[in-house]
Structure formats: C-alpha cells, structure tokens
Design a protein around this ligand. Sequence first.
Ligand code: ZN
Length: 160
Amino acid sequence: MQIAPNSVVSFHYTLTNDEGEVLDSSEGREPLSYLQGKGNIIPGLERQLEGREAGDKLQVRVEPAEGYGEVQPQLVQEVPRASFQGVESIEPGMQFQAQTQGGPLLVTVTKVEGDTVTVDGNHPLAGQPLNFDVAVETVREASDEELEHGHVHGEGGHEH
Ligand code: ZN
C-alpha cells in the first residue's frame, strides 16, 4: 500500500548536511515509525514520503522552511551566570530547559565569557538544508487507538 494520511510508516534514514557530514542516522537501530499526516516528523519529509511504498529508496531534500525553520536571531541571548543556580560548571554544548513567554524552550549554551553565558534557543538543525537517504520498510493502516492518540504504538512507537 502507498503512504497516505493515517498510514503507519517505518523507515530507515541517514541525514546529511550539504557538506556531506552525517548528522543523524537510524543505522544500527530500529527503523523510525511515525503516523503520516499528524506532524510526527518534519513537514518536508512527510510531504515527500506521501505516495511511496515499502521497499522504496529515495533521496529527500528538505529546505529549512519545511524542516526545523530558519535561524531566529532573537532566540540567541546573553544571560548572567547567576541565573543558572545550582549548576556548578557551565560549558558550551550544555542544554537547559528555559521558561519563556511561549512556554518551555530547550536552549543550548554556545559561549561562556566571564559572568555572561550565551544561550541559543534555535533547533540545532535550524537554517540548514537537510538531505535524507530514506528506505521505506513497512506501511500499514493505523489502528483506531493510534489515530486517537496521534502517534504510533508498539514497535518503534509509544509504549503505554
Ligand atoms: Zn498513544
């Protein structure tokens, strides 16, 4: 069957940037499972998988607008060291949950200079075109329960 809204799809993938660097891969893991049409995966990938079938191998390029968005400069902020209470040492690469007006936001420390810490709330893959090598493993109909929850149950999905 072809991938259509409400299909449960499992696929293997390797994600590279335009420099050919591997950013993420399902190699050596279970394939990723998702529910088509529910926003479980980035829009550009979901859109280009529509109509595909088990056994299909394809290359998918996703521009930032359909991926993790453009880099938003206002999400880069300098905050005083003192706002990290209870954290002994702060190093670039550390991630924290920040409370913002728009709700919780995962931020990454990008620079520490004296008493000033620079944090970046952009997704690490924001602003980058993404190149996926995809191998579609299985396609099946979602169960009523999966449709109600908006995600996949069982292998490669939610266990609850
Ligand atoms: Zn569920």
